[in-house]
Design a protein around this ligand. Structure first.
Ligand code: FAD
Length: 300
């Protein structure tokens, strides 16, 4: 288990900006995530201080170098779950590690994927769920499917085993990217991984049956959507953080309603621009510094 006073999830403009503030203030900081969308050959014409334009890649590279100079640890690693532990800290589980931290800054951008499954909307709240921590309990002892191809889906499936032994994963036709280590854990619990798509959903009031694209059928009570990487909204739901649609609700200090959890950048909605993400990152960083100093550092 690694320790860091602040974990920042996201290496885009918001996350890097927050990290500059926290690490420069002497708060141990780990910034997780991978290359942000903007780190390509896109000309950025509207960012302050670059009269001849700058590419997104150069801007991100510069931010990375700057935050590293102040001592932040940067790792290309994806977060698959966050929970509050009994010591009053947060445990952040990633594809590669596990961290204990005082404060988390969510800066994952907007990436929530909704699968194209016929009638998905019709069964939302009636079998279709996006959050195991919120809804797993309602499926106690029932057969459920996790829809997703990666480690986030694998982690959600393992969490569901706390409620029911009848869990399988459907990749919706994508190639599974679940690692051997996770596959071993899944097979130890008889969690089957199916690489087929979903053709139709059936049920009068609630979801009752899935028909797969290969023609096979499965009686189920629930499908938990866990496509790609976990998004801020996924983390928010499992931590009881208030959201507005696909965005995290924050106050002027970028505080969420969960103690020690802040959010910045595109994941908070509004004007989705680099300058806004950088500004919000700075505010979230300042709030996290204050929180760590007041809450997790022993008084001298
Ligand atoms: P992002 O930059 O999206 O970064 C999100 C980070 O979160 C990434 O590092 C990602 O790997 C990480 N992440 C996501 N999920 C997880 C997880 N589960 N675990 C760990 N890490 C995770 N804005 C402008 O101001 N000017 C422009 O000219 C402009 N051009 C654009 C061109 C394109 C093609 C695109 C796509 C966007 C453009 N934008 C532009 C918008 C701008 O890129 C965004 O507003 C800005 O990048 C938001 O920053 P962010 O840090 O909030 O999120």
């Amino acid at each position: 288990m690694k320790e860091s006073e602040v974990i920042i999830i996201g290496q885009g403009p918001a996350g890097l900006s927050a990290g500059i503030y926290t690490s420069r203030a002497g708060i141990s900081t780990a910034i997780l995530g991978c290359e942000p969308k903007i780190a390509g050959d896109y000309d950025i014409d509207n960012y302050f201080g670059f009269p001849e334009t700058v590419t997104g890649r150069e801007l991100v590279d510069r931010g990375m170098k700057q935050v590293t100079r102040f001592g932040a640890a940067i790792d290309c690693d994806r977060v698959i779950g966050i929970h509050f532990d009994d010591t009053g800290k947060y445990i952040v589980k990633t594809e590669k590690d596990e961290y204990r931290t005082c404060s988390v800054i969510l800066a994952t951008g907007v990436s929530r994927k909704k699968p194209r499954i016929p009638d998905l909307d019709k069964y939302e709240g009636k079998g279709i769920s996006y959050c195991v921590s919120c809804d797993g309990f309602f499926f106690k002892g029932k057969r459920v499917v996790v829809a997703g191809e990666g480690l986030y889906a694998a982690n959600q499936a393992l969490e569901l085993l706390n409620y029911t032994p009848y869990v399988s994963i459907c990749t919706l036709g994508a190639k599974s990217t679940i690692t051997d280590e996770f596959m071993k854990q899944l097979s130890e619990h008889n969690v089957q991984v199916m690489e087929t798509g979903i053709a139709s959903l059936y049920g009068d009031m609630n979801l009752e049956k899935i028909e797969f694209t290969d023609g096979s059928e499965l009686d189920v009570s629930g499908i938990f959507i866990a496509l790609g990487d976990a998004s801020s909204v996924d983390f928010a739901k499992s931590l009881g953080i208030i959201t507005e649609g696909n965005f995290i609700q924050v106050d002027r200090d970028m505080k969420t309603n969960a103690p020690g959890i802040f959010a910045a950048g595109d994941c908070t909605g509004g004007f989705l621009q680099i300058s806004v993400a950088v500004g919000e990152g700075a505010i979230a960083g300042r709030s996290a510094i204050e929180y760590v100093r007041n809450t997790c550092r022993p008084a001298k």
